[in-house]
Design a protein around this ligand. Sequence first.
Ligand code: SAH
Length: 367
Amino acid sequence: MKELTKLEILKWLREQRSSRLAELYERADAVRKQSVGDAVHLRGLIEISSHCVRQCMYCGLRQANRALQRYRMTREEILDCARQAERLGYGTVVMQAGEDDLLTAEWIAEIVRWIKRETTLAVTLSLGERRQDELKLWRSAGADRYLLRFETSDANLFRVIHPHRFADGPGRLTLLRQLKALGYEAGGGVMVGIPGQSFDSLAEDILTFRALDLDMIGIGPYIAHADTPLGSGALRPAILPSEQVPSNEEMVYKMIALTRIACPTANIPSTTALATINRVDGRKLGLKAGANVVMPNLSPTKYRRLYEIYPEKACIEESAADCSQCLRGQIHSLGRFAGEGQGGRGEFENLASILPDVSSRFVQLQA
Ligand code: SAH
């Protein structure tokens, strides 16, 4: 039994035959079942601010996008969402935002303290590249997890699509290591099909997930946003057409499956972006290819449309209660069940250690 090599990953990423791919998804699903079980954890997503000081070339929240009306939730609105998360039986709330300087460290810390004191929820933050002292403060306020996708492991492409705010930021890979050192469960991840993204770099992404030993790994399709340089075609990173990764659902399922096999105990969501490119069953197919988490939207309906990282986002009209019901229905239709409790990665590490046959985590795959 051995781990996937880069060559094997690359072969799978280029595999087109549906019978072979069905086999890959089945194996990933078996690793998922053995390593993290049949529970699908629900994380309530609260999009707390759409203000952003960054200029990421693909994201609709980029500061230069004047077409977007901005909002920032009030403290009371956020606390209401957290109360609702508990009522709906979720184990975690995720507070996500653009890089918004007016979300001051102390203001966020106060909200984290409140949620940890008044509820039994795990708190995940996803507030972009923030300073070490801020990350430290939030951790000591009780924040459990931090999500910061590194988007691509191709350093050149990363630079092109993320103009720096400060010349000497630590970089997202370093930040992820620092987050782990601070005691957070750390979540990284990538978009699939970014213009300029090669198959080779996608294979490296998976090796990077493994090398960082990430607790959570979010993978979704890149979706063009017309009000951004990358989405409008104004920016075209150079790449050979045969090397360009397509931004279709199959590529995302392949990435989820290979990531599950490479990182058996990570929490892997079936993302809203996936549900956006296949509204009928994108979310379910992600769950069948290795994912074990979903992130129902908890943001007040009036704000959802405004948190426009990409256009036509799925599930922006439904109430939070409807989202919960719909997702639970999908989970049950797969013969699985909604997870109880916080569903942190530590729980699976314990599970894996008592399972009889851990060696099957390293399924041999002949590409
Ligand atoms: N400011 C935070 C949150 C960003 S939004 C941060 O930087 O981490 C969360 C994720 O949405 C991003 O990490 C990115 O992977 C994804 N995203 C942004 N724009 C997108 C697009 N056009 N298509 C698909 N996913 C996108």
